[in-house]
Design a protein around this ligand. Structure first.
Ligand code: ARG
Length: 480
């Protein structure tokens, strides 16, 4: 039997309607957030004399025992319409009607807005930690892979030679933007909604600032009508998550491709390569394919939330309860993907010879030859044509550009001298890139330094987030 409480419809509501409208199956995951919020609200009600201290103490004991039961996994939530009513019903069973004092100046509308903000904030802490670990691992790997040279790609066609460190630093740069976008999510989430009530505030002498301080929010939400209908922080969260998952999916595709025999750049450790039930020879990159595939669910969550909110009139609307599934699914999805990607990357080995061969077999240094000619005073277009002629001559003679001889080059044009041909040597082509943001060793060193700062920033952000368990521990001891 669901929603026994009169506040949620009472016994007159049809069971089918109760079953259809209940969110308990999902929002039970918000029990800790709900209890922390209730305890902060109660503390304020007591200090403002809205609830007598004695009564507040009893309610606090009740909330604490529910928290402890939830922590030890012994909590049985009664079948109610949502987690808020379930907590109220548990309290009422313990304390009788006195439990009802807690809901003064509060509505489930501001209560759920609070729970979701606390939840998103907590998830951000975990995501910052996972990002700092992943970027840290990329930096460490990049430090030992500077000697691995491989082609870069545009249009998935070989483009210019790069160091593997440069490729790994590119991934790090993407994930650094995720650190920043989750920083934005955090700033959007950092407003305390409690105290706006159902929509228009309250005539009771509450202290919203006190609740804000107790819950460690930076500011109050500005307008109750907006607050109860606002899920922008959740949209920002789902967008940041989707964009992060687009990033992980793109990294994953590199490893799916690199592990094919066509590329042959990486070997998957046996502990992460999946087999085929029929083809005995297979070592499949399922881990990376699933990292790529899971981005779909993340983008789906964002779209679900956007469509849920689109066109809703101001104030709270029950449609908003449908935010629960996408919001709750997002964090575990992102953290799961980040962690497994880090694990996957730690279990791939680059085949240095095959990587280098891919660069040497081709003419990926053609641009470097052209640039060497520019340094000798030729206009770039002339240099481009001359380098192109050299490449075609090499292709006709089936000689890789890296192995072109002085005689061959001189036969085409005397300006293709030995100094210019130095640019055709693969390692030289990488080392010659001195521009900031390029693949040259000095630039990569700077990029890795910047990434180390992102690691620190992500870690600091994670640590700066007030965690639910800490808040609850403070609140259970706070003077009433
Ligand atoms: N279960 C609801 C939700 O999650 C709580 C708010 C309900 N408010 C209401 N007036 N029925 O959105």
């Amino acid at each position: 039997m669901i929603a026994k409480t009169a506040a949620a419809g009472g016994p007159t509501l049809l069971p089918e309607v109760l079953a259809f409208t209940s969110s308990l199956a999902l929002d039970r995951a918000l029990i800790r957030e709900d209890l922390v919020g209730s305890l902060a609200h109660l503390t304020m009600l007591s200090r403002r004399g809205i609830v007598p201290q004695e009564q507040a103490r009893a309610i606090r004991d009740g909330l604490v025992s529910i928290w402890d039961a939830a922590q030890s996994g012994d909590l049985q939530l009664p079948d109610e319409e949502d987690v808020h009513m379930a907590v109220e019903s548990l309290l009422t069973a313990k304390l009788g009607p006195a439990a009802g004092a807690l809901h003064a100046a509060r509505s489930r509308n501001d209560q759920v807005a609070l729970d979701l903000r606390l939840y998103v904030r907590e998830q951000c802490a975990e995501i910052f930690s996972a990002l700092s670990r992943l970027i840290g691992a990329l930096v460490e790997r990049a430090e030992v892979e500077s000697g691995t040279i491989l082609p870069s790609y545009t249009h998935r066609q070989r483009a210019q030679p790069i160091s593997l460190s440069y490729l790994l630093a590119a991934y790090g740069a993407m994930f650094t933007r995720d650190v920043d976008s989750f920083g934005f999510v955090l700033s959007q989430t950092d407003a305390s909604p409690l105290g706006v009530g159902a929509i228009a505030g309250t005539s009771l002498p509450i202290d919203r600032q006190l609740v804000r301080e107790l819950l460690a929010f930076g500011r109050l939400t500005a307008n109750g009508l907006d607050t109860v209908g606002d899920r922008d922080f959740a949209l920002d969260y789902a967008y940041a998550a989707s964009r992060l998952l687009v990033h992980t999916s793109r990294v994953a595709t590199d490893f799916v491709d690199f592990s094919t025999s066509e590329f042959g750049f990486v070997r998957l450790d046996g502990a992460i390569a999946c087999g085929s039930s029929m083809m005995p020879q297979k070592r499949n990159p399922d881990l990376f394919e699933l990292v790529r595939g899971k981005a779909g669910a993340g983008i789906g969550n964002l779209v679900t939330l956007l469509v849920d909110m689109k066109g809703l009139p101001g104030g709270y609307n029950r449609d908003q309860q449908e935010d629960r599934a996408p919001i709750l699914a997002t964090g575990p999805l992102v953290r799961g993907v980040l962690d497994i990607l880090q694990l996957g990357l730690s279990r791939v080995t680059f085949d240095k010879m095959r990587c280098l061969a891919a660069v040497e077999q081709d003419a990926t240094q053609a641009t470097d030859v052209a640039e060497a000619l520019v340094q000798q005073g030729l206009p770039f277009r002339t240099a481009y044509q001359l380098a192109g002629t050299l490449v075609r001559a090499c292709q006709d003679a089936r000689v890789p550009l890296a192995h072109v001889t002085t005689e061959m080059a001189q036969a085409i044009d005397p300006r293709l001298n030995d100094e210019v041909l130095q640019a055709a040597r693969v390692r030289g082509a990488v080392a010659r890139k001195t521009s900031p943001g390029g693949t040259g060793p000095d630039s990569v060193r700077e990029q890795l330094e910047a990434l180390r700062e992102s690691v620190t920033r992500a870690k600091e952000r994670a640590e700066s987030i007030p965690r639910l368990s800490t808040l609850f521990a403070q609140l259970r001891e706070a003077p009433l």
